[in-house]
Design a protein around this ligand. Structure first.
Ligand SMILES: C[S@@+](CC[C@H](N)C(=O)[O-])C[C@H]1O[C@@H](n2cnc3c(N)ncnc32)[C@H](O)[C@@H]1O
Length: 351
């Protein structure tokens, strides 16, 4: 096998043919329309998003996954970043950091909650010599993740389970370590989600996560703040973005001892949202720069016109541009963070 064997589907044709995931190509346009209607801009509300979270989130990832792979790679998350460090390096470092915080060692049973197409799972599994189960409720992503694991030679050591992290099909006290990266923000109820993670974690063991949160600078009475929050929600398939305090309270209420927590956005040398800042140019994160986004837009329009990409692809592309703008605005104003970290332990004996 060639050493630089490329696994992510990062070509224009991959993007075009992947739009819609497991949705039938003829139904992509109506799926985008239904997805949009869950959100404020199209008359939707939080209650409906929460009640229908499975449909809303699955539609989002069916529509968006091939764009993510094209523009971002196999790990669908942000990272704090040092000067001189590439985006990819910072993403990997953050995954290694998580593994070290959890003290992962050979033989441990590890769960990745909301594993995407398995980018972090593959990196952490190889870094720490552990077998990891990836939990995900999106069929298309599980299929991609399984294929990528096979290509990476991890087909026998790691596996995937298609299930909802609000009701996991695992026995109590199963896992030696659990992590979640940019995933539990999709939960309709963060307490319910953490409580379920607590249930399947062994006593004395740890849960670590990177959460997406509103910060203390967010003012719910400020119209421009509210607009940015809504833009991030529609652009990223979120029912409602919680504050860092709500997440912390929910962890403690679920029974966890919080070992430490920190918003890594506060002292990252380079802002986590830099790749989406249209005033910034970088060859290594070209697709998210202003020119890169323009070229993607033109390309998707063309591929949709010649019917290689399904009808509705351009609308998905616009949705994701909105996501990028909302994230960059939220990051710049410091009202939103995509890298709120915590490490928490399930006590040995329950109080
Ligand atoms: C932004 S992606 C992050 C993926 C992965 N952690 C990474 O960093 O590459 C969020 C993931 O959470 C998954 N997810 C969202 N809601 C879920 C649920 N209720 N149950 C299981 N997985 C869920 C999505 O399908 C998606 O794979």
């Amino acid at each position: 096998m060639k050493e630089d064997f490329k696994m992510a589907k990062s070509g224009a044709l991959d993007l075009a043919t992947g739009v819609g995931g497991s949705i039938k190509k003829k139904d992509v346009e109506s799926a985008v329309e239904k997805y949009e209607k869950y959100h404020v801009e199209f008359g939707g509300d939080e209650k409906t998003r929460k009640t229908n979270y499975t449909d809303m989130v699955n539609k989002y990832y069916d529509l968006a996954t091939s764009f993510y792979e094209f523009g971002w790679g196999e790990s669908f998350h942000f990272a704090d970043r040092w000067k001189g460090e590439s985006l990819k390096e910072s993403i990997r470092r953050q995954e290694h950091f998580l593994a070290l915080q959890l003290g992962l060692k050979r033989g441990m049973r590890v769960l990745d909650v909301g594993c995407g197409i398995g980018g972090p799972l593959r990196e952490i599994s190889r870094f720490s010599f552990v077998s990891i189960t990836g939990l995900n409720n999106n069929e298309y992503q599980i299929a991609r993740a399984t294929e990528l694991n096979r290509l990476a030679g991890l087909g026998n050591s790691c596996d995937f389970v298609k299930a909802d992290f609000m009701k996991m099909p695992f026995r109590d006290n199963t896992y030696d370590a659990i992590y979640a990266i940019a995933a539990t923000c999709h939960a309709p109820d963060v307490f319910g989600c953490y409580k379920e993670i607590y249930r399947v974690l062994k006593p004395g063991q740890c849960f670590a996560a990177y959460e997406w949160c509103m910060t203390d600078h967010y003012d719910p009475t400020n119209e421009s703040h509210k607009k940015i929050k809504a833009e991030i929600e529609i652009g990223n398939g979120l029912p409602d973005i919680r504050s860092t305090h709500q997440c912390l309270d929910a962890l403690q209420k679920a029974g966890f001892e919080v070992i430490w927590e920190k918003d890594f956005a506060t002292d990252s040398a380079l802002p986590w949202y830099l790749p989406m800042d249209t005033s910034h140019f970088s060859l290594s994160s070209f697709p998210s720069t202003a020119i890169g986004r323009f070229m993607t837009r033109v390309m998707v329009r063309m591929l949709e016109f010649v019917r290689i990409a399904p009808a509705g692809s351009m609308r998905v592309s616009s949705l994701l541009e909105k996501a990028a703008d909302g994230l960059a605005a939220g990051g710049r104003k410091e009202i939103f963070t995509a890298i709120y970290f915590f490490l928490a332990r399930k006590p040995l004996t329950e109080s």
